[in-house]
Design a protein around this ligand. Structure first.
Ligand SMILES: Cc1ncc(COP(=O)(O)O)c(C=O)c1O
Length: 481
């Protein structure tokens, strides 16, 4: 038996199999639509085909690839399918996939500048390109993190550091000498904000949800009143999270008014633009980020609506000093004498960091800002078109405005007013459409109303797909009647 080289595979065998895998990926991207978008397996179906114990002796890669096709693929819900309209639809673009292959091969850990100068410097450059594309001010510096949830955790840690410096050393538990911290958002704010409060020791009680208006946007006058009341009651207001593109309805909080309040009250403003932020690259939609230039931090996810393969979230802040004050902790073995270089490990929780800037670089260069802009613009146009069909049909009702590429609506003929029945019918419609394997939809609830929610964000979704959706919706609704 020939001994395997240290990479675990003979280079020529790798070349051969690598080409096969690339061919597989190319066919997959070409034919993604031929797979059922929503995996049709039942719980446990995949697991029962896999051995309980690991193999003791080496297996041939051809066999592993065969099992990938036979066992794993049927359990895949195809986020790359143009009929994927659930959650926030996204897609791994081909340039992003190529960059991920290279990043994986290089296997860079960009914790320190010296552990790969290109990783650090490309991240600085690419996040600044993205800042310019979004029209954010030059004081904003960016860092790439895995997800918006962690970006927000990092931002809120900095916000806490800004008011309670001693917490870093002394912690929060058992403290009676410090006022309790309060942060503000709405019921439509993403759950990651509450999770950050849990992790930071602020607790869910430290999160105060401000009421929203009829279009699911924070009421700023209630924010002011809540801050005043909390101060009187001994709380220390320290942060507000405003959202540009909330998860359920994609509403846009009134950031300029919220920024005024945060400035007056000297509290940190974090803006969550995980999905909606990307729309600001469209010149005529730049207004979606009005007021965000005054934020202390801002997060947006290229893995949601900029065709980056999972995962890629960009956190911008004007307070890198505070961020580092909160996180920098350099043990001897990571100490360097490289001078003024940037060590991204000082900007957050993780030490080890993937080379995520490479995919953003490939994507922005391959599509160009114009190419990305026209894709996003088309998604928004398709959403408006679909919304117009909903509006014109007396059996359907739109539940929210359409500022981006998401439409919230439901089947609601005049003669049915019972909410339980409406929920049952709409859930049935979603279930039946998902069972076709052609399209994948998800739902939410808005003001207690069960809502079908479609998100157009896949790179390959076209008018054909939303026309087909409309056809299926009407057909399924007719069957209910
Ligand atoms: C508005 C908003 N913020 C944050 C998140 C969390 O994103 P991530 O999965 O990157 O943590 C989401 C997810 O959909 C979201 O819609």
């Amino acid at each position: 038996m020939t001994e395997k080289p240290l990479s675990g595979m003979d280079p020529e065998e790798f070349r051969k199999l690598g080409k096969e895998v690339v061919d597989w990926i190319a066919d997959y991207l070409k034919n993604a639509e031929k797979y059922p978008v929503f995996s049709q397996v039942k719980p446990g179906d995949i697991k029962k085909q896999l051995p309980i114990a690991p193999p003791t002796s080496p297996e041939r890669t051809e066999n592993i690839l065969a099992d990938f096709n036979r066992i794993i693929l049927p359990g895949i819900t195809h986020w790359n399918h143009p009929g994927f309209l659930a959650y926030f639809a996204n897609s791994a673009s081909a340039p992003g996939i190529l960059a991920e292959m290279l990043a994986t091969a290089l296997n860079v850990n960009g914790m320190l500048w010296r552990t790969s100068p290109s990783a650090t410097e490309l991240e600085e450059v690419v996040t600044d390109w993205y800042r310019q594309m979004l029209g954010l001010p030059v004081e904003f510096q960016g860092v790439i993190i895995d997800t918006a949830s962690v970006s927000t955790l990092v931002a809120l840690t900095a916000a806490r550091e800004a008011v309670h410096k001693q917490v870093r050393e002394q912690g929060l538990s058992g403290r009676t000498d410090l006022p309790r911290l309060r942060l503000y958002c709405t019921e439509h704010t993403h759950s990651s904000i509450e999770k950050a409060a849990i992790v930071l020791g602020i607790g869910q009680e430290g999160v105060r949800k401000i009421l929203s208006d009829a279009e699911y946007r924070m009421k700023p006058e209630l924010l002011s009143a809540a801050i005043e009341e909390d101060r009187k009651n001994g709380w220390l207001p320290f942060a507000t999270v405003a959202t540009v593109g909330t998860t359920s309805s994609t509403s846009i909080d009134p950031v300029p008014a919220i920024a005024d309040i945060c400035q007056k009250e000297k509290i940190w403003l974090h803006v969550d633009g995980a999905y909606g932020g990307a729309a600001a690259i469209i010149p005529e939609m730049r207004y979606v980020l009005n007021g965000c230039d005054r934020a202390d931090s801002f997060v947006t996810n290229p893995h949601k609506w900029l065709f980056a393969p999972m995962d890629c979230s960009v956190l911008f802040t004007r307070h890198v000093g505070i961020l580092k004050q909160a996180f920098s902790l350099v043990p001897e073995y990571l100490r360097t004498t490289d001078g003024t270089v940037n060590n991204y490990m000082d900007w957050g929780v993780q030490l080890g960091r993937r080379f995520r800037s490479l995919k953003l670089w490939f994507i922005i260069r391959s599509f160009g800002v114009e190419g990305l802009t026209s894709l996003l613009r088309e998604h928004c146009r398709l959403a408006r078109e679909f919304a117009s069909w909903v509006d014109a049909d007396k059996n359907f009702e739109r539940i929210a405005p359409v500022p981006f590429s998401v439409v919230c609506f439901r089947y609601h003929p005049n003669e049915i007013s019972d909410e339980t029945k409406l929920e049952k019918f709409n859930a049935q419609i979603i279930e039946r459409i998902n069972a076709t394997g052609e399209l994948f939809l998800s739902h939410t609830k808005l003001n207690g109303r069960y809502t079908i929610r479609i998100a157009i964000g896949n790179i390959a979704t076209t008018e054909k797909h939303i026309k087909r959706l409309w056809e299926l919706l009407k057909a399924e609704a007719d069957k209910l009647e």
